[in-house]
Design a protein around this ligand. Sequence first.
Ligand code: HMG
Ligand code: MG
Length: 313
Amino acid sequence: MTAPGLPMTVPAEGLPARVRIHEVGARDGLQNEKTAVPTEVKAEFVRRLADAGLTTIEATSFVHPKWVPQLADAEQLFPRIADLPVDLPVLVPNERGLDRALALGARRVAVFASATESFAKANLNRTVDEALAMFEPVVSRAKAEGVHVRGYLSMCFGDPWEGPVPVPQVVRVCRALVDMGCDELSLGDTIGVATPGHVTALLTALNAADVPTPALGVHFHDTYGQALANTLAALRHGVTTVDASAGGLGGCPYAKSATGNLATEDLVWMLRGLGIDTGVDLGRLVATSVWMADRLGRPSPSRTVRALSHQEQ
Ligand code: HMG
Ligand code: MG
């Protein structure tokens, strides 16, 4: 039986039974808005995402407020949502960021490295290795406090300044993040240039370098419409953590060619069709993205949000 607004479920071989969605709309999405979204709207957004069944909701970043002014209200936002019964990871680039996050009781943090020198410089004002050195005390202190650490790696497939990124270059930085003690990695296609064969090649190379698949998540931006195909390739490889952004919000202020992340609704539609459990109520999620699109004053780029909400184009 197919309920209205849901795909027919037809399972396929070789896929996981369950996927954990790491929702990044409130961080990756809102960090890229031209104007800062009011703190109370962000808090309501996160509450609605939790109400839709998302259990990992990246809330904000404790970065330098001049670098990302859109998230300068992290201290005001976090206490407003800390009571939610969900995981609320936050980005911390350095010890100053970790101090700020720990002071508010954050239990999950993420450092964010780059596979390329150009993006490391643009995003963190550091070389790749200087950035890794900056993360080291962050990871060790977080681990000593029993805080879960995610290690993002940007530009895993291509870089706007350097072009295609060789797989071994990516593997080296992933290995460094794992050796440092990160509990999980998120492989970022920051500018959305990956294609499925490339995804499989990187995952295979990481396994060969003793980075096990359960420690890996994928983070696809959808610039060239490849994010769902890339996700399916990752699922076939055994990946069960997928980053996505409600309504397809997103981008990166320090990588101009980045567009929004894979839309959570588009992901949930595909997973639901494959019979893969996510715990997400698609109708509630679409309603949340429509509500947020109203606040932002433009329609959601998600195909699924548009189809299910009959938004004006
Ligand atoms: P810097 O200018 O080199 O900083 O920036 P610094 O270490 O020289 O410190 C300068 C001043 O900033 C000092 O103050 C520090 O205390 C202060 P002073 O002593 O001069 O008064 N400071 C801070 N203040 C508040 N919070 C902090 C902090 N750190 C230093 N955490 C820095 C280096 C890392 C701080 C800067 O480059 C930065 O904040 N970068 C963040 C960029 C960012 O957030 N980018 C977007 C997220 S990454 C992304 O979107 C990709 C991802 O989605 C995956 C993908 O798609 O690929 C994750
Ligand atoms: Mg991103």
